[in-house]
Design a protein around this ligand. Structure first.
Ligand code: SAM
Length: 246
C-alpha cells in the first residue's frame, strides 16, 4: 500500500539538489521519466547517452526503489573514484584505432539519473510541472489482465490527461509490452486522446531517437527477461501535439 507515502505539494517544493547534487545551481529539472522503472535498467542505459538531461525513475515497491537508489549511488561513486581516462587523440590514418576510440564508453557520471519511490498513478503533476517533460516511458507495465482490474492499468483516459499536462509539445510517450492485449489497450487509448498522435518507429529513428528505442527494447530487466523467453515485444509511441481545439 502507498498510504504511508508522503507527496511533495508541487514540483517547486521538491529539493532537486538532493536528487541531482552535481546539477545544483543549474535550475535543471527532470525531463525524462521512467514510470514503474523496476530495477532501473533504462535509466542506467540512457544516462551516458544524454549526460545533460535529468531523468527520474518512479517505482512503487520499497525494496526495488531502494535497490535502484543504491545502484545509482554505486555507479556515481565508481565514476568519481576512478581516475579519468587520459584523453587520447585518435590517429587519423589508423581506422581500427579511431573506431575503438569512438566506440569506447565515455566516462559516465550517472549524476543525471535518480529515483523516487512513488505511486505514479497519483499526483504525477506534484513531481513534474506543466509542459516540462520531453519523454515518458511505460516499459513492460503490469498487465492487470482481468477486466475488473483494467482501471488499475497505468494508461487510462484519466491518467492520459495528466501525462499530456506534464509533457511539452513534441515530447514522446514510449510504451512497450510483451502482452498483445495490453499493447492494444495502450495504443487505442493513446490514439483516442486528442493531445497525442501516433508516431511510428521508423520516423522516430529518422529523428535520431534510435538509441532511445534500442534502450526501450533491450535495457530493462523485464525486456531482457522477455528476450530470454523469446517473447514478442510490442512498441507504441506517441507524440504530444498542440491542442487541436485551442
Ligand atoms: N519498467 C521495468 C522493466 O521494464 O523492467 C519494470 C517492469 S515491471 C513488470 C512493472 C513495475 O511497475 C514494477 O516494478 C511495479 O512495482 C511498478 N509499478 C506498478 N504500478 C506502479 C505505480 N502505480 N507507480 C509506480 N510504479 C508502479
Amino acid at each position: 500500500s502507498d498510504h504511508s507515502l508522503d507527496y511533495p505539494i508541487s514540483p517547486d517544493a521538491i529539493n532537486w539538489d538532493v536528487y541531482y547534487p552535481a546539477f545544483q545551481g543549474t535550475g535543471k529539472r527532470p525531463e525524462f521519466a521512467d514510470i514503474g522503472c523496476g530495477f532501473g535498467g533504462l535509466l542506467i542505459a540512457l544516462a551516458p547517452l544524454f549526460p545533460d538531461t535529468l531523468m527520474l525513475g518512479m517505482e512503487i515497491r520499497v525494496q526495488v526503489s531502494q535497490y535502484v537508489q543504491d545502484r545509482i549511488a554505486a555507479l556515481r561513486s565508481a565514476a568519481t573514484s576512478s581516475t579519468p581516462a587520459p584523453a587520447i587523440e585518435a590517429p587519423e590514418p589508423d581506422s581500427a584505432l579511431s573506431e575503438a576510440a569512438s566506440t569506447s564508453t565515455p566516462t559516465a557520471s550517472y549524476q543525471n539519473v535518480s529515483i523516487v519511490r512513488a505511486n505514479s498513478m497519483k499526483f504525477l503533476p506534484n513531481y513534474f510541472a506543466k509542459s516540462s517533460m520531453s519523454a515518458l516511458f511505460f516499459l513492460f507495465p503490469d498487465p492487470h489482465f482481468k477486466s475488473r482490474k483494467h482501471k488499475a492499468r497505468i494508461i487510462s483516459p484519466t491518467l492520459l490527461a495528466e501525462y499530456a499536462y506534464v509533457m511539452r509539445i513534441g515530447g514522446i510517450v514510449y510504451t512497450i509490452t510483451d502482452v498483445k492485449d495490453l499493447h492494444e489497450w495502450m495504443r487505442v487509448h493513446l490514439a483516442a486522446f486528442p493531445l497525442f498522435e501516433y508516431v511510428d518507429e521508423e520516423k522516430l529513428r529518422e529523428e535520431g531517437k534510435g538509441p532511445i528505442l534500442d534502450a526501450v527494447y533491450k535495457s530493462t530487466e523485464e525486456g531482457k527477461k522477455v528476450e530470454r523467453n523469446k517473447g514478442d515485444k510490442w512498441l507504441a509511441c506517441f507524440r504530444r501535439i498542440e491542442d487541436p481545439e485551442a
